[in-house]
Each structure stands twice: as C-alpha cells, then as structure tokens.
Design a protein around this ligand. Structure first.
Ligand SMILES: Nc1ncnc2c1ncn2[C@@H]1O[C@H](COP(=O)(O)OP(=O)(O)OP(=O)(O)O)[C@@H](O)[C@H]1O
Length: 265
C-alpha cells in the first residue's frame, strides 16, 4: 500500500520541462494561437490533438523557435525551457534546436550517407572530438532509434535509399544525436504504413524514458496509444489539457467531447 502511494507521488512530481505562459501567435493579421498556458513534463509523451488549422503545429514550432523562419509570424508571451526564456535575445536558435530536436511529417534525410546523416549534428555542435567518439555517437543514436541492426552493415549507403519507416527512424536518430532534452514530432507517422507506424510508436514509448516527447497527431487512436498527457486545441485555443485517459474517457469541455466523439473536426 505504501509502495503504491510512493509510486503515485513519483508520477505526480515529474519535472516540468517546458512552461508556456500566455502564448499568442500571429501570421500577419491571422491570430493563430490565443493565450496558451501549458506545462509540459519531462519523461512524458504529450500529444497535441485538434481539428485541422487549430494551431497544433504552430504551437509545436514555437517550442524550438522554428516559427522564427516564417517572416510573417509573430510570437508573444513566454516559453520557458527548464525555467529559461527560449525567446531571450541571448539564446542562439541553432543551439536551442539541438536541445529541442524536431522530427517532421515527411521523413527528410539529408542527401548523404546514413552515417553522415547522424554525424552531421554532433559535428557542427562539436559534440565529438575524435572519429572514435563520433562513431560511438552514431552507433548509440542509431541504436536509440531502433535502426542499428538494420543498417550497421551499410552505413555508407545513402539515407534516402532506406524505406519510409527506416528513413523516419533515421531522422529520429539524427535528432537524438545532439543529446536533446525534448523531441518534437509533427505527425511523424502520417507518411508511414501500419507496420512502420507501429515501430515508430514503440520507439516513441522507449524515447520517453530519456526525453520529454511532444507529438502532433491527427489520429486520436495514436494519441491514446502513445501519450500520457493530451492537449486539445480548437480554433487557436488550448481548450483542455490533462491525463490522456481522462481526456478520452471523461473530458470536461463540451468541445473536447464533440471532437473525440467525431462531431467536430
Ligand atoms: N506559414 C503560415 N503563414 C500564414 N498562416 C499560417 C501559416 N502556418 C499556419 N498558418 C495558419 O495558422 C493557423 C493554424 O495552423 P496550424 O498549421 O498550426 O494548424 P494545425 O492544427 O497544425 O493544422 P493541421 O492539422 O491541418 O496541420 C491556420 O489558420 C493556418 O492557416
């Protein structure tokens, strides 16, 4: 009994990795996100769900300043990573993106070898001093992405020659190679077949032992399978955020209920 209480307390005291306060995003005059407040936990998978155009990807891109690359985009409010404002002028977005890695919808390996795809980040961030160290980072990243056994004999082959699911795991290996703390995934399985999707979902579950993982998904089944926390967005508002099991079985807001029962979206 005591052990159970201890376990519950441990679960409830997960460290907050990212805190967003009153985040607003505008694309020109379009108000894409309105007053988003959320706390994203470490060693947890958080899913962002909601109808098309509700702002899920926009908010995901705020978390590693990918929106900086869009001219018309303006972000207001605070986003703190381990208590530090990521929009502070002293923060270098390239360094930030090594800490807060991203995996995109369509697998996008560089037109380079499998080895070089993974080695690129550690090289530019000076994370490996010798070839031996670099080899170790490449191997451990490919192992973390559950791809090592499939590619260890052809590390010099082009990354673009792998299957779609393998390419997506290569992109995950590339993201973990810079020792990130957070992994952002924007619909990472939408271009994959069911078998590759299952492999990536299993991998996401393993990655959460080491990272805070945030995933945008159109699939409610996927959100229910892989995440512990879910955020439901609607028309630029974060309507409801909480335990995934609660969001899907007993949501508080009627808009969440309509979405999960298929009445909106
Ligand atoms: N680069 C951009 N320029 C202008 N408006 C944009 C841009 N990106 C997104 N928007 C607008 O911001 C709003 C939110 O878009 P966003 O892509 O974040 O939604 P989403 O929930 O991820 O949608 P989807 O599920 O269809 O990918 C939409 O109204 C969209 O048209």
């Amino acid at each position: 009994m005591n052990d159970m209480r201890l376990t519950e307390r441990d679960v409830n005291t997960k460290e907050i990795k990212i805190e967003a306060r009153q985040v607003q995003v505008f694309y020109g005059t379009t108000h894409a996100l309105k007053d988003v407040d959320v706390e994203i936990e470490d060693k947890t998978v958080t899913a962002f769900i909601g109808p098309s155009g509700c702002g899920k990807s926009t908010f995901l891109r705020c978390l590693n300043r990918m929106n900086d690359t869009i001219d018309v985009c303006r972000v207001q409010g605070d986003i703190l990573l381990d208590g530090e404002d990521i929009y502070d002028k002293r923060v270098d977005p390239v360094q930030l993106r090594a800490k807060v890695g991203m995996v995109f919808q369509k697998p996008n390996p560089f037109p380079k070898s499998i080895y070089d795809n993974v080695a690129y980040g550690p090289k530019i961030h000076g994370l490996a001093r010798t070839k031996v160290e670099l080899d170790e980072v490449v191997e451990s990243s490919l192992r973390r992405a559950a791809l090592w056994n499939e590619v260890k004999d052809r590390l010099d082959a082009p990354g673009t020659g792998l299957s779609g699911g393998q390419q997506q795991r290569l992109c995950i290996a590339r993201a973990v190679a810079t020792s990130p703390e957070v992994l952002l995934m924007d619909e990472p399985c939408s271009a994959l077949d069911p078998i590759a999707t299952a492999q990536v979902e299993e991998l996401i579950d393993e990655l959460r032992q080491s990272y805070s993982v945030v995933i945008v998904t159109h699939s409610m089944q996927q959100a229910a399978r892989v995440s512990q926390k879910t955020a439901f967005f609607h028309l630029g508002n974060l309507v409801e955020f909480g335990e995934t099991s609660k969001i899907f079985t007993n949501p508080e807001d009627p808009r969440t209920e309509s979405y999960i029962t298929g009445r909106i979206g």
